[in-house]
Design a protein around this ligand. Structure first.
Ligand code: BG6
Length: 484
């Protein structure tokens, strides 16, 4: 294992993402002994003029357990906070980054005498508009001292651009400064337990191997619902909309894992090669296979323009043009302010040919993978209704993680992904060509929406979204099943 000094630098340390996700994830790793305090130093960098203690005080509330926590918990929080130092500076200011480098180096010196490694992990919890300048500053002033060994890695968050052209521009700017192997583009859906499980499910189970194709599968749904609206993030959200916020990244990544061919090995490059092929095989989206929605009340947010055309809901049918999936619609749906909070994959099988039980009425076989909440997988199948009569009923084979793995705490996505970054494993990060292919699929549609050529339908908060979306799903072949 590598050891020596590990410096984790969170840029944008006083922002929302850092407080809610990055620092809590680091804290969870620390709690599990994965960030040993004799090796690790954490730095917060931002423009706000505050002291180390002020930053620590701001973070404390996000780290202590919701129910207050025991004195031991509070002690662990304090130990963690002591690892954090704050450096104040602008995102394009040489002085700030020189100072940051000086602070990092101070801690490294004492460790180098032992084993010489200097590892620097820069986490950009920042808006993408400042990525190029921040990356330039890191490149010029804050790289690890290579003569001592070790590495410098940079983690960037979405949105990476607004469309194909802007994403490519951003990629080229950053690509001139860092090698692809140093760049970790986070998509936190790739850190979710059941998303990580997809490869195992598909390629380690004989059950699925012969069935996972157009001969047996009728359609696949990938669904994201939230039961709250933009919640004070209206200004940010309005510039992006649901397709850029959720579908082009999170749901498309999930789709790749559901649809990809078996990689030749678990090597991250082999896996990402297969994902790119799926993306490159997706046909252009047809206007008639898109339904957009905007919930009533969305524009009441004072930071959202009165004439906003931004969708808060979308159902899009994606069609993969290859031997495995030709003719199978992938129905991808995401919405805010809906009736529930849920993310799931539904693989719906075709009807049984020559059905002697008339069981079609009971619904089709479905394999459902619930990513959240309450991780689970279940298979809907038709069984005989127990009793004297020969009747069929739809039932479930159910693997609920809460019951089956009671004693295992499922790690947070960010926690896992930060650990991957430290370990240098890029499997669960988006490669540049994947990003490009993903933008290519959605850019024509996004431009039509931006130009007002496609308009969202209104829907009531707390509903299922526009009815037209259910109609589209039914039109392309999804059969609604009830219950479960
Ligand atoms: C983020 C989006 O990437 O994902 C948010 O910007 C969304 O709008 C969030 O709420 C959903 O993440 P999760 O893990 O709660 O499903």
């Amino acid at each position: 294992p590598e050891n020596g000094s590990l410096s984790i630098i969170v840029l944008g340390a006083s922002g929302d993402l850092a407080k809610k996700k990055t620092f809590p994830a680091l804290f969870n790793l620390f709690k599990q002994g994965l960030l040993p305090s004799n090796e690790v130093h954490i730095f917060g960098y931002a423009r706000t003029k505050i002291t180390d203690d002020e930053l620590r005080d701001r973070l404390r509330g996000y780290l202590i357990p919701k129910k207050g926590g025991s004195s031991k918990d509070l002690e662990t929080v304090s130990q963690f906070l002591q690892l954090i130092k704050y450096v104040c500076g602008a995102y394009d200011a040489e002085e700030g980054f020189r100072l940051l480098d000086k602070e990092i180096s101070k801690h490294e010196v004492s460790k180098h005498s032992e084993n010489g490694l200097s590892r620097r992990l820069f986490y950009l919890a920042l808006p993408p508009s400042v990525y190029p300048s921040v990356c330039k500053m890191i490149r010029h002033y804050c790289m690890n001292k290579t003569d001592l060994g070790g590495w410098t890695r940079v983690v960037v968050e979405k949105p990476f651009g607004r469309d194909l052209a802007s994403a490519e521009e951003l990629s080229s700017q950053i690509g001139e400064l860092f090698e692809e192997s140093q760049l970790y583009r986070i998509d936190h859906y790739l850190g979710k337990e059941l998303v990580q499980n997809l490869l195992v499910l598909r390629f380690a189970n004989r059950f699925f191997l012969p069935l996972w194709n157009r001969d047996n599968i009728d359609n696949v749904q990938i669904v994201f619902r939230e039961d709250f609206g933009t919640d004070g993030r209206g200004g940010y959200f309005d510039q992006y909309g649901i397709i850029r916020d959720i579908i082009q990244n999170h749901l498309l990544q999930v789709l790749c894992l559901v649809a990809m061919e078996k990689p030749i090995s678990l090597n991250p490059e082999n896996i990402r090669d297969e994902k790119v092929k799926v993306l490159q095989s997706i046909d252009p989206i047809k206007d008639e296979e898109v339904i957009l929605g905007q919930y009533d009340g969305y524009k009441d947010d004072p930071t959202v323009p009165d004439d906003s055309n931004t969708p808060t809901f979308a159902t899009v049918v994606l069609r993969i043009h290859n031997e495995r999936w030709e003719g199978v619609p992938f129905i991808v749906k995401a919405g805010k302010a809906l009736n529930s909070r849920k993310a799931e994959i539904r693989v719906q099988f075709k009807d049984v040919p020559g059905d002697i039980f008339k069981c079609k009425k009971q619904g089709r076989n479905e394999f459902v993978i619930r990513l959240q909440p309450s991780e689970a997988m279940y298979m809907k199948l038709t069984v005989k209704q127990p009793g004297l009569e020969m009747r069929t009923v739809q039932s479930e084979l159910d693997l609920s993680y809460g019951q089956r793995y009671q004693d295992t705490k499922i790690p947070e996505a960010y926690e896992r992904l930060i650990l991957d970054t430290i370990r240098g494993d890029q499997q669960h990060f988006v490669r540049r060509d994947e990003l490009k292919a993903a933008w290519k699929i959605f850019t024509p549609l996004l431009h039509k929406i931006d130009d007002g050529k496609l308009k969202p339908l209104p829907y009531k908060p707390g509903s299922r979204g526009p009815e037209a979306a259910d109609e589209l799903q039914a039109k392309v072949g999804y059969v609604q099943t009830h219950g479960y």
